[in-house]
Design a protein around this ligand. Structure first.
Ligand code: IMP
Length: 423
């Protein structure tokens, strides 16, 4: 197996967790390279449901799991997740979990300011997960974040906390919010610093260890349409998600990323605000939400649902040079009589094969659809391509034709074994 990057091709929640877990057996290591605990991966194995947010999905199979330098880590949330997953029978230790020691921390002040700023936005809310990930990324590029490696040396830490609070208290004064004392932050950091230290590994050592692996999987969180540079800005997350981020966030060189697998859900969902040209606000949208159990893993919010949008997906494919796709949740479409795929947009009578970045045009988008007959028979749990109904095969062929990518895996249910390997 080659070193493989797993990239979501929509607005997240494509079912990456299941595919990563399904493939993890073939890899020695699984690396998270971006995002933070805003991500949510649900994995069902042997009747148990695991909900992961920061931990790489490889932990379930006891693979060497890395939280790379591109991730921001909320330590309180991480230890909470570790406790829950250990109660579910998975052992986490420094033998199977390494966190790059230059990772920037998400603190309570980030969670607070995320919520405060979101509340101030009124009708223009981004719909963030309010996990503080956005503000933590801002502090990272503002060069005032606190990293794991800062925690053990008191004089360094004092200086870092002062710099962080200089900025945050100025911001909070401007927003009429009470200032935060350095004591509060020190208490918070002291409560986690020894616990997190045992997992902290210099990025250089992680790179050396990954180089010795036969096959490494790079596990993306969110999806390409939430990429801060190329997504539906400003309704995006705060990190880069596309292929370019894999090397930056994984502590390794780009020549060590050999292959990309794009994860595509058979229809589209999004949580939070922002454009969604193929959104269905009718009974079919409701059907997809219920049938697909489309509720956010992290926030519990209902996901917005709609038809597959090949305009957006084609862009996502290009950004990460994706040639192979894992198609998920095909079974959710089983009962539909008609299924549509959006193949272009019409805006003011002009046809677009990409999403224009001008926000003022978004409300004028009219999706151009191709319509297909549904298969109206259960595909749940099918394990072989030959057992899929003809109309489902036609739908898959159409996706391949429109994307010029090959569907190599088809997921027909939430369980690990409910999967078809095409190639
Ligand atoms: P943030 O990443 O919490 O700042 O949220 C920014 C946007 O990204 C919001 O619309 C969130 O709903 C969305 N988002 C963040 N993480 C995920 C995810 O893992 N899946 C789906 N949407 C996400």
């Amino acid at each position: 197996m080659k070193n493989t990057a797993i990239i979501g091709l929509q607005w997240g929640d494509e079912g990456k967790g299941k595919i990563v877990d399904f493939l993890a057996d073939k890899f020695d290591a699984v690396v998270r390279f971006q995002g933070g605990n805003n991500a949510g991966h649900t994995i069902k194995v042997d009747g148990k449901t695991f909900k992961l947010s920061l931990l790489p999905s490889g932990v379930i199979r006891q693979k060497f799991s890395v939280i790379g330098s591109g991730v921001v880590v909320d330590p309180i949330s991480l230890f909470d997740e570790i406790e829950k997953i250990e109660k579910n029978g998975v052992k986490i230790s420094p033998q199977n979990l390494a966190i790059a020691d230059n990772v920037c921390l998400v603190l309570s002040l980030h969670r607070q300011i995320d919520q405060i700023l979101e509340n101030k936005k009124g009708n223009n809310k981004i719909g963030t997960t309010c996990r503080g990930n956005g503000p933590a990324h801002e502090d990272k590029v503002g060069r005032r974040a606190i990293r794991i490696c800062d925690l053990q040396h008191q004089p360094t830490l004092i200086q870092r906390v002062e710099e962080l609070l200089l900025y945050h208290n100025a911001l909070r004064r401007g927003l009429n919010e009470p200032e935060i004392s350095s004591l509060t932050i020190f208490d918070e950091l002291n409560s986690i610093k020894d616990k997190i230290a045992k997992y902290a590994v210099p990025a250089f050592e992680i790179a050396q260890r990954l180089e010795k692996c036969n096959a490494v999987m790079f596990e993306g969180a969110q999806g390409a349409l939430l990429d801060v540079s190329y997504g539906t800005y400003p309704f995006v997350t705060s990190s880069n998600i596309s292929l370019g981020q894999v090397a930056v966030g994984s502590c390794i060189g780009f020549e060590n990323v050999h292959k990309t697998l794009g994860i595509l859900k058979a229809y589209t969902t999004r949580v939070g605000s922002g454009p969604f040209p193929t959104e269905l606000t009718d009974e079919i949208g409701e059907f997809l939400r219920i049938e697909g159990q489309e509720v956010g893993t992290v926030t519990g919010r209902n996901r917005r649902c709609g038809w597959l949008d090949l305009v957006l997906i084609s862009h996502a494919l290009k950004l990460s040079a994706v040639k192979e796709i894992a198609l998920t949740k095909l079974d959710v479409l089983d009962k539909l009589a008609k299924i549509k795929i959006c193949v272009a947009y019409k805006i003011n009578n002009k046809t677009y094969n990409y999403l224009p970045q001008n926000i003022e045009l978004w409300s004028k988008i009219e999706p151009v659809y191709e319509e297909f007959d549904g298969w109206q028979t259960s595909t749940l749990g099918i394990k072989s391509l030959k057992d899929l109904p003809k109309n489902a095969l036609d739908y898959i062929k159409k996706i391949e034709e429109l994307t010029s990518a090959k569907v190599v895996i088809i997921s027909t249910g939430a369980k690990r074994e409910e999967t078809i390997i095409v190639n």
